[in-house]
Design a protein around this ligand. Structure first.
Ligand SMILES: [Zn+2]
Length: 343
């Protein structure tokens, strides 16, 4: 057993263990990532708002510091105090419920939150491709679809709801690993095969917030960062497309928002979903950094050690259960990571 692991295990036995966890967290902050928020009126399933309220109340009661994303990036860079276990919240995509449901709740608790928006969605030029896929699978009366994707023909058949949901998930996953143009063609074929017409504008529960919503939310503590124009998986786009998606989304956000945040959020957000090419564009535009969808803490030591790490700041998906959230913010999860590394 390594020395570090032995020391950490011994510290579990100390009466002041929570204090030692705070020590473990001194260079780190927890950044949470959220998406949709429950809204019965619009038929939106998502984060349970009473759970969100309970979680925010817990963090306040237990003296966790809320930090805005822009302040956090400064602190990660060594400007200002250490992150010291501060907590930042982020929301992805720019859906209507993020303005109408989430913004007032975060405001009620005095908690800053940054929403990453796909600007073509807010401009009314598109609706998200995974929502279009869901629309087709939900509305089709057929029990099978065939779609050509590249050299293969995807053939889905279902007898019941569970199988239909699985087919939808598999088709959505398949769309993430092909070039952008192939994905768009496959979705058009899917609609044809399923005999469902995809409307030009999103259905009410898939609708975006407006730019007026953006400015109103800014007044109550929500800030906004760019999340491309059309939400492609950037690593599946051409050089020109990737450059356009980043540059244009930043330009649109700067034109519409009062205080746009120069921190980018990669669509899909996995390690394979972006690369050096995207980081180079962000550097050229003067971004402070970027967030990914991979789980982990925002770590000031890593941030300051490498110019690259500031474009790969990790986030945890916001857990459905309070004990899981406590595990992240308290540093228990970090403690486990250190143990794993030292074994
Ligand atoms: Zn997204």
């Amino acid at each position: 057993m390594g020395t570090v692991k032995r020391l950490l295990l011994n510290s579990l036995l100390l009466p002041g263990f929570p204090a030692s966890l705070k020590y473990v967290q001194r260079h780190c902050a927890t950044v949470f990532m959220l998406h949709r928020f429950q809204d019965a009126e619009r038929g939106i399933a998502g984060c349970d708002v009473s759970h969100l309220r309970r979680a925010l109340a817990y963090l306040i009661k237990n003296d966790y510091e809320f930090v805005s994303l822009i302040d956090l990036f400064d602190r990660l860079a060594g400007k200002g105090p250490q992150p010291s276990g501060a907590v930042a919240f982020t929301i992805d995509d720019g859906y209507i419920d993020q303005a109408t449901i989430a913004a007032p709740i975060f405001a009620e608790f005095g908690c800053p939150v940054t929403t990453f928006v796909s600007t073509g969605f807010l401009d009314g030029k598109l609706w998200f491709w995974w929502d279009q896929i869901a629309h087709v699978f939900v509305h089709t009366t057929r029990r099978s679809v065939q779609v050509r994707m590249g050299d293969t023909v995807l053939d889905y058949r279902w007898e019941n709801e569970d199988q239909r949901i699985r087919a939808q998930a598999e088709f959505t996953a398949a769309c993430k690993v092909v070039p952008d143009s192939q994905r768009l063609a496959a979705i058009a074929q899917l609609a044809q095969s399923a005999e469902v017409e995809i409307p030009n504008t999103p259905t009410p529960h898939c609708a975006p917030m407006s730019w007026e919503d953006v400015r109103a939310c800014e007044k109550v503590g929500m800030s906004f960062g760019p999340h491309t124009v059309t939400h492609p998986v950037l690593s599946r786009t051409t050089h020109e497309e990737a450059d356009y998606e980043i540059t244009e989304s930043w330009a649109r956000l700067c034109a519409e928002a009062q205080s746009p945040v120069p921190v980018f959020c990669y669509p899909n957000g996995g390690w394979g979903d972006f690369g050096e090419r995207e980081v180079a564009v962000l550097r050229r535009l003067g971004f402070l950094g970027a967030v990914v969808g991979e789980p982990g803490y925002a770590n000031a030591l890593a941030f300051q050690r490498s110019q690259d790490d500031r474009f790969k700041v990790r986030r945890f998906g916001f857990p459905d259960e309070l004990p899981h959230m406590i595990q992240y913010v308290s540093g228990v999860e970090r403690f486990k990571q250190i143990l794993r590394r030292s074994i």
